[in-house]
Design a protein. Structure first.
Length: 149
């Protein structure tokens, strides 16, 4: 329940930042066609509102179960550590986003997630590299979304 509140708070901050950033996109046309920022703005508002609802629901659950708290098990502690590592890796990826080629940073990010989740790296690393290249190709060539080179 606390985790729901924390993750929803983080999602609200990210959606608010994305909402503000979307104002830098080209505006709409004179005949009323919305610009490139319209869809991201609507999506950010929906995400923000849904996270408010998740927080309200979590607080209600928290109040009902306040007297029934149990200490974390080792498995739950390991899960929290994994979540923290993935969050830190995501933040590092976002910070390094314009400085390192997309395929490299995406492949490294996916490999870190594979290590955290203790996947078979002999199979996972080639898949992460191929997935990174595929994502880059799809966005660059099919969707015309320019990723850093």
């Amino acid at each position: 329940m606390i985790g729901e509140i924390v993750i929803s708070g983080i999602a609200m901050i990210i959606s608010a930042l994305a909402f503000v950033n979307s104002f830098s996109f080209p505006g709409g046309t004179s005949d009323g066609v919305p610009g490139a920022g319209f869809f991201p703005q609507v999506l950010c508002v929906v995400i923000f509102v849904l996270n408010i609802l998740v927080i309200i629901k979590a607080i209600q659950k928290l109040r009902k179960t306040e007297n029934q708290r149990k200490p974390f098990t080792n498995e739950q502690k390991q899960g929290l550590i994994k979540i923290a590592i993935v969050i830190v890796a995501t933040i590092v990826m976002i910070v390094l986003w314009g400085t390192i080629h997309f395929v490299v940073i995406c492949a490294v990010y996916l490999c870190i997630i594979g290590v955290v989740l203790r996947l078979d790296l002999k199979k996972y690393i080639p898949g992460a590299v191929v997935a990174s290249i595929a994502i880059y190709f799809i966005f660059q060539n099919l969707l015309n979304v320019m990723l850093n080179n």
